[in-house]
Write a protein that binds this ligand. Structure first.
Ligand SMILES: NC(=O)C1=CN([C@@H]2O[C@H](COP(=O)(O)OP(=O)(O)OC[C@H]3O[C@@H](n4cnc5c(N)ncnc54)[C@H](O)[C@@H]3O)[C@@H](O)[C@H]2O)C=CC1
Ligand SMILES: O=C(O)[C@H]1O[C@H](OP(=O)(O)OP(=O)(O)OC[C@H]2O[C@@H](n3ccc(=O)[nH]c3=O)[C@H](O)[C@@H]2O)[C@H](O)[C@@H](O)[C@@H]1O
Length: 446
């Protein structure tokens, strides 16, 4: 099939590359000429495991192209995916300007039947607005051409995007139109061969499903983060509690990790947008409001622990900080908890020596002006002359570090473990003071 993605970011690029991998002919369009040039020169603008190989294979096979040429891109695809950003507006609602501008572009140029697919995460009712925007352009041109608008929200996770797209738990298609539904079924058939994972529903339910999924996952995390705070007060260990409740299949183990708060381009913005939708319909979402509030507090928990240990005035202190990206296996810094921690430490006069395996150049764009912040080329280089180590992102290389080195290089053997990577009992034996999340503080054996 002939497919175009409008927007070549995380979602557009992964969608385009994976659809090309199944034999489709895909054109990825973006307004960002730098990004398209980089892709045409063989580069990949984001860090995403496995993406490089899929892109280069399909470019070489002539099935995947990148362009800024809007006319050519829109004329190419019978199926047009809108995969542009939907950032939060000032009031928390999803900003639809990029989605609607893509819709207008389609209406201004299409000359034959198109299936327009909303892949971006958009509030309920957006498909109607996309349809109206295209209709208005067609009316202005005086050219009646048939088209369908379908909602097909994306559920991939950054860092595992290719795997998630290739082996989806489910594919949601919101469609009120049989022809479009058949085309979407055919497009996704190679991804759902083992058993049918494609669910067709009405457009509004599909749009709502995306927000409901992210809101539920964010709720689990904030719930565990709040319980972690209480666990410390009552002397319980949140990791044991997690295993204890996760074993119940009604609860399950996933997304129950207490930590330094959730970040990324989606949970924070999608929770805000759903809260906003509730408000607009005079149907306040009390639980979700609390989820967001708890997360804002959680992003500061590591700072609270540092202040409790070293005092409010941190001038003259230096901290080694491991992990800048909002999660491992990505260089995405959007809403990363590390940003809050670094700003708060800097505000109190501390120096921060930061390291991340892949996100440092992205982080430098946001942090190089912050007083006291420096970046280190290796994790162990951050340790020397630091007063403590703060771990914020659970990259694999931080899981089994050289603890002797940590002890000998730090001024004091103190670790703030924002992702519960280390066992308190082991740290005690190693002689390292360990501040975990929901597991209390372990002082070294005397
Ligand atoms: N990043 C993720 O893991 C996921 C994101 N989503 C949703 O997918 C949507 C896209 O997110 P990302 O891919 O992360 O965004 P992104 O910011 O990485 O990419 C969006 C791209 O769209 C381009 N763009 C904007 N207006 C355009 C236009 N009129 N024509 C052509 N290109 C245009 C931008 O230049 C940018 O390259 C958002 O609604 C997001 O919530 C959904 C699931 C996962
Ligand atoms: O709509 C989206 O963009 C995507 O948002 C999330 O994916 P993503 O943001 O890439 O990453 P997650 O793995 O969900 O992690 C989000 C944040 O939650 C945190 N987290 C995750 C799990 C957990 O148990 N505890 C926890 O604190 C992570 O550290 C990270 O900061 C969803 O998992 C995807 O299904 C969805 O498609």
């Amino acid at each position: 099939m002939k497919v175009t993605t409008i927007g070549t970011g995380y979602v557009g690029l992964v969608t385009g590359a994976c659809l090309a991998e199944m034999g489709n002919h895909v054109v990825c369009l973006d307004v960002n000429a730098e990004k398209i040039k980089m892709l045409n020169d063989g580069g990949i603008p984001i860090h995403e495991p496995g993406l490089d190989a899929v892109v280069s294979r399909n470019v070489a096979a002539g099935r995947l192209q990148f362009t800024t040429d809007v006319d050519a891109a829109i004329s190419h695809g019978t199926i047009l995916f809108i995969a542009v950003g939907t950032p939060p507006g000032e009031d928390g609602s999803a900003d639809l300007q990029y989605v609607l501008s893509a819709a207008r572009s389609i209406g201004q140029r299409m000359t034959d039947y198109k299936v327009v697919v909303d892949k971006s995460t958009v509030p309920v009712g957006t498909a109607d607005r996309v349809r109206a925007a295209i209709d208005a352009e067609l009316a202005q041109r005086g050219t009646p051409i048939g088209f369908s608008v379908v909602s097909n929200p994306e559920f991939l996770k950054e860092g595992a995007a290719i795997e998630d797209f290739m082996k989806p738990d489910r594919i949601i298609v919101g469609s009120d139109d049989d022809q479009a539904t058949l085309m979407m079924r055919a497009l996704y058939a190679p991804f759902t061969r083992s058993h049918d994972r494609l669910m067709v529903m009405d457009v509004r339910s599909a749009e709502f499903t995306k927000y409901a999924a992210n809101a539920m996952l964010a709720t689990r995390i904030s719930f565990m983060n709040e319980l972690a705070l209480l666990a410390e007060q009552v002397g319980a260990d949140i990791e044991l509690v997690r295993r204890g409740i996760g074993s119940d299949p009604r609860i399950g183990y996933q997304f129950l990790y207490a930590g330094a708060g959730y970040g990324g381009s989606c949970f924070p913005k999608d929770v805000k947008a759903l809260v906003r939708t509730g408000r607009e319909h005079d149907q306040p979402l009390h639980v979700l409001n609390a989820v967001e509030e708890a997360n804002e507090r959680q992003k500061r928990v590591l700072v609270d622990k540092v202040v409790a240990r070293f005092g409010e005035d941190l001038s003259g202190k230096r901290f080694a900080l491991w992990g800048l990206a909002f999660k491992p296996n990505t260089d995405d810094m959007r809403e990363a908890p590390s940003l809050v921690v670094i700003h708060e430490l800097s505000k109190r006069g501390a120096a921060v020596a930061a390291y991340d395996p892949v996100a440092m150049s992205e982080a430098a764009k946001l942090l190089s002006h912050v007083p006291g912040v420096s970046f280190c080329e290796r994790a162990d280089h951050a340790l020397a002359n630091s007063d403590a180590l703060i771990v914020i992102t659970e990259w694999k290389e931080f899981r089994t570090p050289d603890f002797d080195r940590i002890k000998s290089e730090l001024n004091q053997a103190v670790v703030f473990d924002g992702r519960n990577l280390y066992e308190p009992a082991t740290m005690k034996l190693l002689g390292i003071e360990h501040h975990a999340i929901g597991r209390g503080t372990t002082a070294p054996t005397a």
